[in-house]
Design a protein around this ligand. Sequence first.
Ligand code: GAL
Length: 979
Amino acid sequence: MYLEDFSPGYGKLAPRAVLASDAPRLDLNGDWAFRFSPIGLGEPDGFPCPDFDDEQWDRLAVPSHWQLHGYGKPAYLNIPYPIPIDPPFVPDENQTGDYRRVFELPEEWGDTPAVLRFEGVDSCARVWLNGVELGVTRGSRLSTEFDATKALCPGRNVLAVRVHQYSSGTYLEDQDTWRLSGIFRDVALLARPVGGIQDVFVHADYSDGGGRVRFDVAADGPVEVGIPLLGVEAAAATQTFVFDRVRPWSAEDPFLYEAVIATPSERVRVRFGFRTVEINGDGVLTVNGRRIVLRGVNRHEFDPDHGRAVSLELMRRDVELMKQHNVNAVRTSHYPPHPAFLDICDELGLWVVLECDLETHGFEQPRPELWTGNPSDDPRWRAAYLDRIQRTVERDKNHPSVIIWSLGNEAGDGDNLKAMADWIHERDPSRPVHYEADRLARYVDVYGEMYRTPAVVRRIGQGALRPGELFYPLTEGAGDPADDRRNRMPFILTEFAHAMGNGPGGLAEYMRLCEEFPRVQGGFVWEWIDQGLRTTDAQGSEYFAYGGDFGEELHDANYICDGLMFPDRTPSPGMLEYQKVNEPVVIEPGRPGHVTIRNRYAFLDLSHLRFTHSQGELAVPPAGPGERVEVPVPDGVTIQAELAESTAWAPKGHVVAWGQLPPAAPAPAVLAEARRAARQSAEHVHLGPARFDRRTGSLVGLGDRPLHGPRLALWRAPTDNDRSWGQGDAEYWKARGLDRLLHRTVSIEAGDAGLTVVVRSSAANSGCGYLSTYRWDSDGERLRLRVHAEPVGYWPERRFSFDEEMVDHNLPEEEREELLRRHRAPSLARIGLVWHLPEEWSRVRWFGAGPGEAYPDSRQAARIDHFHATVDELQTPYVRPQDNGTRADVRWAEITDPAGTGIRIEGEPLFSLAARRWSDRQLAAARHQSDLVPEPLIYLHTDHVVHGVGSGAVGPGVLPRYRLDVRAADFAFILSATS
Ligand code: GAL
């Protein structure tokens, strides 16, 4: 059957660029007649005929996905295929959507030839015009044109399309995302005037201030070119135009020229930029002769209400948000985006790695041998592979923003991939080819890997990758020549820093390596946005759905929510961290009373920025790329670099970078010399302003302020990254019962010096735990608590398959062993105290790091200052609820009701703080934000230390230096009532 052969379809025209033409165009988006069938239908029942009666059919918007309009349901899968692995066949349970659209052909079109253009249909479409079959297309995110000339008629025309959820193309589209079907991008009828312009390929280079441009135009007859900005008018298109001075294009200064290309019957406008992409003799990727660093994100197309049917506004919003957050690059994972997205990248300036619509990841699953039957190495699929790359390159070849072609994602290795690369090298030698899984570096120009640790990236930077040290060593003999080749290639992290839930940690470590090693040229965080679909539960509360929420039998849960942006495009703390570590200008403390300002742009000087601080403006010389200057500043100020003028992506005043000469933390309060004695009554122990339960020794009140606690806390509601494919720290903590500690009061001693309470905390059936000594004293006004906590019992080692990954193999044996030992050491989520406060105490003021959350390995975006927030504002709404909201390096905090009544807590040393209206266990049990129900109290955490967040959901866990070991701890707090 036509949907189950290896071919890329039939009847399609040769692919070409998207051209802004003056030839008429008929927009066919809008409401189409629609008939849904849950099963695969074969030959049509006559619905393509113009006189077929579709009165009884439904209406469905084009573009859209039918699963988001009540036909079938969305399904989320990462690696597994949604169909049996039985290529090229698909099951009978294959939803079918029949579409019909009636349109009037404007009279002035006459008998002009025309093509029907589909920008994206998932997964396969068979197309008829007025009952005449035009062909079949596969390649869901690739555009297709059919010649409509012969079938078109004057007046009323009927376009009919049969779309299938699955086809042979499904085997090549196993991308990790929602599986959604339908005509989800634009449809249009384009007039193609006789003697018009079929295609244009602009070749524009830049060197030493000058530029060259050549236009390969496919047209019948003579073609003229004009480039108004360069004084070119009606010149013959066959020549190469050379200019002594042009303004080059870069992501930092995206200057575009426009060419008008004309034949007597058609005129098209092409925007282009002068820029040259090169890999230099040292294996460094350069643009216009300068080394660039890709501070990028992987972007799936996503709208929380419309899936991959994204509006122009949303595309622009994405690019603006990227630019505003110091993201300078995007990998279009794992398919070409809507073509308009690239226009915006050209215009606002992003480096684009343009990826083909290809992934066969499901073939990796355990079989006799990994990747058995992979289409990538099966000649029967060759034509489909070539068709896909040709449609990718031909459509997008004129975008200056596109600097690298990527063959696809996770499609194993094989000769079909090599054939794709060979074709690109022939057709467009001006851009390097990337494909992460070319393990032997046989056909790529850029070396890409995913989720390697900073230690491994360092080794790559040093050119010291050891033979065979590959993530998936696929072929014996991997090593020598391939390593040699790789060591001469630019290295990019195709994906890194898995941004699922709370995290990623360690971004600063990665980006620092780009400053140390010229060939380490950045990469792409996985991923841009949480793909949670906006949904409403039975109670009418809105939440963002993930895998399993639509009753899927097979799904990958919340691995679909692993972006830097929340589904509604508010930035997560991970985004703010990435924004901070990617600042194009680094503002750091310099000599006493000075800051150093380092220009990290590759092309721009600092003249487009204004430097300010709380006391005024700072005069900063316009340092050029790579230069640094030192300027005097008053102590304790925060310096900001802001846009001096509005740009296409942010208003004047937008802060691109900041730095701080941090104010010194105030010293903690001290108790007055005279100590109060502890007194016992029938039920309580009294000490200064405090009352304790006589049996358990826990605090029940401070003056007239009711507060309860503290309890030792060693656990947190596991983050996605704590869970690390089911073998991470979260599982270790669970096995030790840290989430269900029971407490035994060992002793209570009340005396002249105060109150000493010893408590043993451990879980049912557990042999390990903590013994804590709480020493309370008071000067009558303030209450001091000194805690000594130490592990007791047997804490087994923690074993994790990434252990070996975490350490640098080139280290001397002992050092390496030591690192491994560190990594396997028993871990904790936190060592701290949890208190219960009245629910009215919903205001928090603190001095410390803020305003947002910060964890040991995700701490760059926080500054030191005074902050305030409500308890509700302290929560970060990760799509799947998990630990969040920790404020770091706190010296003191006040937690009060709106009138200011509450307590003040000062810490020595500095502590971390979190406050919420539910317990950690409730937080851990919730599947969605809408499951969180406030309790009539506030849980306040004051932590001495917390574990980092890492990126372990898919990549490396918490780096050794940010791990929290099971160890003894000593810390103190001073409590007082606020006035
Ligand atoms: C990568 C893959 C991505 C995504 C990520 C995990 O292996 O290329 O598409 O699945 O893992 O979220």
